[in-house]
Design a protein around this ligand. Structure first.
Ligand SMILES: [Zn+2]
Length: 318
């Protein structure tokens, strides 16, 4: 009994909110930065299985959030971005073996124009028997570099082909390259998806925004245990919200309900720095030059994390 209680306690401390993970290529050593070896995949699935995690369909997590119910701490959602052939040839059998549901986000043009390395419509139709197929745009653009009209043109074309070839209306969207801002988000939301997922490392809790769900990439050799410890930090970003003028990040203001006095801040190109919270607020003068047109700001309090992606917008936020 004692050892059972100990086990239970360990399990509770290991679990922290639901996690959405994203894979890209499988067993394809030509692209180490986007690849997951089959050995690594098996290891991760075995870890979920033996440590009490439950891999659930994305639709169940979305439904739970919409109903404002608590999100169980041991839930895992598995997603795959880009319809690479290697999913079908190398990984699908592993998903089947563990009976793990998945959502595959389709880059429509790659299949439509029969790009090498990408799945055919026929293969996608077969995959749809085991998991859900969702939308990842028609042309896989850097979305902040397209106007609203160009974005709509891309979506209309992609969604029409999705319907024609798969007879499906996708329910969820993921941004190509994980790149978005408020303007892009507004266009995507006008399409009425049930949920939108980003690629900002983190976790999902009851307070997560179903139209901006955090998702962690599992590529290369990953520290799965480390990622699983992350919790969702309920944070209101007041500043910055857009890529700053002249690339100068002057200040940061984020409101949280945390009682902690210490937090950490990460800025692309500047690394991590320790900071203090005042009544749950991160309020800092920074004057840091952002050297990357795609910069990430992350804040953590304990193992809770929230992040903001700042990307140059060709058309300006409207
Ligand atoms: Zn992609």
């Amino acid at each position: 009994m004692k050892s059972f209680l100990l086990l239970l306690l360990t399990a509770v401390t290991l679990w922290a909110n639901a996690h959405i993970f994203v894979y890209h290529r499988f067993g394809d050593s030509r692209y180490p930065t986007t690849n997951t070896t089959i050995e690594e995949l098996q290891k991760e699935f075995e870890y979920f299985k033996t440590n009490g995690y439950k891999v659930v369909p994305l639709s169940l997590l979305v439904k739970t959030l919409k109903e404002k119910k608590d999100v169980p701490d041991n839930w895992i959602v598995l997603t795959i971005d880009d319809n690479f052939k290697s999913f079908y040839t190398n990984a699908l059998s592993v998903f089947k073996k563990y009976n793990y549901p998945f959502s595959l986000f389709v880059y429509v043009q790659a299949t439509q124009d029969k790009y090498k390395d990408y799945l055919t419509w026929e293969q996608l139709r077969e995959i749809a028997k085991y998991g859900s197929l969702e939308f990842h745009s028609y042309g896989h653009p850097h979305m902040t570099y397209l106007s609203d009209e160009e974005l709509k043109k891309d979506f209309d074309k992609g969604l029409a082909l999705f319907k024609k070839e798969l007879n499906l209306v996708p329910k969820v969207f993921t941004y190509p390259y994980g790149e978005y801002n408020q303007r892009v988000q507004k266009v995507v939301r006008s399409y009425g998806f049930d949920a939108i997922i980003n690629q900002n490392m983190g976790a999902v809790s009851k307070s997560s925004d179903v139209y901006d769900m955090d998702r962690t990439a599992l590529v290369g050799k990953v520290n799965l245990k480390h990622y699983l410890k992350y919790k969702f930090l309920d944070a209101k970003w007041i500043e910055p919200t857009i890529f700053p003028k002249n690339s100068m990040l002057k200040s940061l203001h984020v409101k949280t309900n945390e009682k902690e006095k210490k937090g950490n801040l990460y800025i692309t190109g500047h690394g991590w720095l320790q900071t203090t919270l005042n009544d749950g607020n991160f309020n800092l003068k920074l004057n840091k030059k952002l050297t990357n047109k795609r910069s990430r700001i992350m804040i953590t309090v304990g193992n809770k994390i929230s992040s903001k992606l700042l990307i140059k917008d060709k058309y300006g936020i409207k």
